[in-house]
Design a protein around this ligand. Structure first.
Ligand code: ZN
Length: 328
């Protein structure tokens, strides 16, 4: 915690005043968002994101994934430009842009944000200053335009300066071309947030799905930003219907996955939802549901990340009961 604050202070001291509004404090710490010793989900995640080495992975000819800098970043190059999907952490923009240029050798001219969270939009100020066209589902622009509070996970952020906001938005789908690749951007309704974009890239057969899937940790369901457990499963069912066994699936965090990884994850979510529904139906309180350990057999595989089993159960319980609005 002290280390994070010190790092944040150092980072803020070195950036120009316009960026100061991008402060991600994680300062709100309700009991539900704590992962232990007073640390929030976002503090634990940020600590991990800031200390993970950046890795460049080739997905196909002219398509790369950059992992480790906050959320995964995907680049698609054509003869003269690079299109980027997500922009990582604000604190690692220089490192990311160097890695992207070394792989693509072309300037970034378009940037898609899969959702509004700071670990996927941190480079927006830099790219906005470079006059890059920023593209997102319309709710991303709305959320980045004002202060956002997500006390459940300890996230407070915004508002972003105008130049860092999406300039091209859509409601349910849009298409783009980048060289030989055809991109379909889709929003299947609220899932991780209310502004998630899934990008299908063909013929490369790559699906970039943002934080609807983090490989392998329990997901954050951002209830304060309109996310929902039912919506997560609904979006996953749509993605599973649109992909085949050869598809490369780029999660919001963690290594590249395939369709069977996604199916296992979807089935885990569906089982957890069912178990917690049973507890809700039996009149259990949220604390009693946590004490019943409904995720116990999944925790070794999914519960070792920044979302602890307890926090995950509380998120799902809240989503299914619409209770505890104050803690969203
Ligand atoms: Zn996110």
């Amino acid at each position: 915690m002290q280390q994070i604050l010190q790092k944040m202070r150092l980072a803020f001291a070195s950036i120009p005043p316009i960026v100061l509004v991008l402060v991600t404090t994680g300062a709100v710490m309700p009991a539900t968002g704590q992962v232990g010793t007073g640390e929030t989900v976002i503090q634990k995640a940020t600590e991990q994101f800031e200390s993970t080495p950046l890795k460049t992975i080739s997905l196909d000819k002219g398509i790369w994934m950059f992992g480790g800098d906050g959320g995964n970043v995907t680049a698609i190059v054509d003869d003269g430009s690079t299109l980027l999907i997500d922009s990582g952490l604000d604190s690692r923009t220089a490192e990311l842009t160097n890695a992207v240029f070394q792989a693509t050798w072309h300037p970034v001219t378009r940037l898609v944000n899969t959702h509004w969270h700071f670990d996927h939009t941190g480079g927006n100020v830099y790219f906005g200053l470079e006059s890059v066209t920023i593209i997102a589902q319309e709710n991303v622009k709305q959320r980045l335009s004002s202060v956002q509070n997500v006390p459940f996970i300890g996230l407070r952020d915004g508002r972003y300066p105008t130049l860092a906001l999406p300039t091209l938005t859509y409601s349910s789908s849009m298409t783009l071309s980048q060289g030989d690749q055809h991109l379909t951007l889709v929003n299947y309704g609220p899932a991780h947030t209310d502004g998630d974009t899934i990008v299908y890239i063909s013929p490369a057969n790559v699906a970039v799905i943002g934080d609807i899937f983090s490989n392998h940790v329990y997901p954050i369901i951002d209830l304060a930003s309109g996310g929902s457990m039912d919506g997560m499963i609904h979006s996953l069912d749509q993605i599973l219907a649109q992909t085949d066994d050869q598809a490369k699936i780029v999660p919001g965090h963690g290594p590249v996955a395939n369709r069977s990884d996604l199916q296992n994850y979807r089935d885990m979510l569906a089982q957890v939802r069912q178990r917690i529904k049973v507890l809700v139906g039996a009149g259990k309180t949220m604390d009693e549901a946590v004490a019943a350990a409904p995720t116990k057999d999944f925790d070794a595989q999914w519960g070792q990340g920044y979302v602890s089993p307890d926090v995950f159960v509380r998120m799902v319980f809240t989503s299914l009961t619409d209770s505890g609005n104050a803690n969203r």
